[in-house]
Write a protein that binds this ligand. Structure first.
Ligand SMILES: CC(C)(COP(=O)(O)OP(=O)(O)OC[C@H]1O[C@@H](n2cnc3c(N)ncnc32)[C@H](O)[C@@H]1OP(=O)(O)O)[C@@H](O)C(=O)NCCC(=O)NCCS
Length: 287
């Protein structure tokens, strides 16, 4: 694995260097202009680029800004992209760790971002490797999007929360305290709220009272390219499953994989807000 260099962006040239990467990842239609990025950087936000040795082009970047959520300061991470040849190299995690350090220095405890719930790789990265969780679902959050990853489907998103000061997060980043296998959860009798039937989503089952699994396709972009109607069916059924579960007080706290490539979110009931000792607590015991 190459030794990557992480450069924190402080000028317009560094912000401009993200543009070809944005275009390559999503297409030119949704590019954040470098002037706006620089203004954000000058106001508490964060842009960092990852470089591989011998390659003058950035291999990856992350971009986020300061915000307020639920009455607390929070960092909103808007974009993270790694160029194809460098995926799976650990660079994405290095950039998230640099972003975490920036936020901890500001006294911020939670980084948030939105994510398409049907993207298994992103789910594995966010939940399995970073230790994030979600309890919020937004239908068609950005409206119709023209870029190559999002076009043709409602842009539903889960709102991911990453408690960066939490001990569980540190352990996850060090590769300790890893997620169990999907087969283990199945052996323990955890039931499916949504399970695939071949390529198709099955019917949404009953909520609770215990842990639940929500299965998603293993390669959603491939499925979408092959069968757009089936992709829309997944969008609709998964939306129903997440909305019902979150409405009943569940949070998704893990993303589990099986040896044969199936993958599912693990959802757990949250302590009720207002119950003694549970007020203000997140699903992972975070503030
Ligand atoms: C999302 C992104 C930044 C992650 O970077 P990455 O280098 O691919 O991430 P990593 O390889 O460290 O982690 C991804 C994990 O998902 C796994 N994975 C890959 N494809 C998978 C799939 N189809 N199903 C389940 N897991 C999958 C990888 O094996 C890895 O887990 P592991 O290391 O435990 O085996 C990168 O893939 C990317 O740029 N994607 C396009 C842009 C994007 O979606 N950005 C995020 C939203 S703004």
């Amino acid at each position: 694995m190459p030794e990557f260099r992480i450069d924190v962006a402080r000028d317009i040239a560094a912000c401009a260097a993200t543009v070809p990467l944005q275009e390559e990842t999503w297409s030119g239609d949704v590019v954040v202009p470098p002037q706006l990025m620089l203004a954000v950087v000058h106001n508490g936000g964060f842009v960092a680029l990852g470089y591989a040795p011998e390659d003058p082009q950035p291999a990856a970047f992350v971009f986020g800004f300061l915000g307020i959520y639920d009455f607390h300061f929070r960092h909103h991470s808007h974009m993270l992209a790694v160029r194809e040849p460098y995926r799976g190299s650990g660079l994405a995690q290095q950039l998230k760790e640099a972003q975490r350090d920036h936020c901890l220095d500001q006294g911020i405890e939670v980084v948030g971002w939105t994510m398409d719930p049907l993207e298994a790789r992103n789910a594995r990265f966010n939940f399995g490797k970073l230790g994030a969780f979600t309890r919020t679902y937004h239908r068609d959050f950005y409206g119709a999007m023209p870029d190559k990853l999002n076009q043709g489907l409602p842009s539903d998103r889960i709102y991911v929360e990453w408690p960066i000061g939490h001990d569980r997060t540190y352990k996850r980043l060090r590769g300790e305290n890893t997620a169990p296998a999907l087969e283990d959860a199945e052996r323990e009798g955890v039931g499916y709220l949504l399970r695939a039937e071949g390529d198709r989503p099955g019917a949404v089952g009953q909520i609770g009272p215990a842990h639940l699994l929500v299965e998603i396709p293993r390669a959603f972009q491939e499925l979408k390219a092959r069968d757009p109607k089936l992709a829309l069916a997944w969008r609709t059924v998964a939306r129903d499953a997440f909305e019902r579960a979150f409405g009943a007080g569940y949070a998704a706290v893990e993303f589990l994989r099986s040896a044969d490539g199936r993958c599912a979110y693990l959802l757990v009931p949250q302590p009720k807000r207002g119950v003694a000792g549970a007020q203000g607590q997140g699903p992972l015991g975070t503030k």
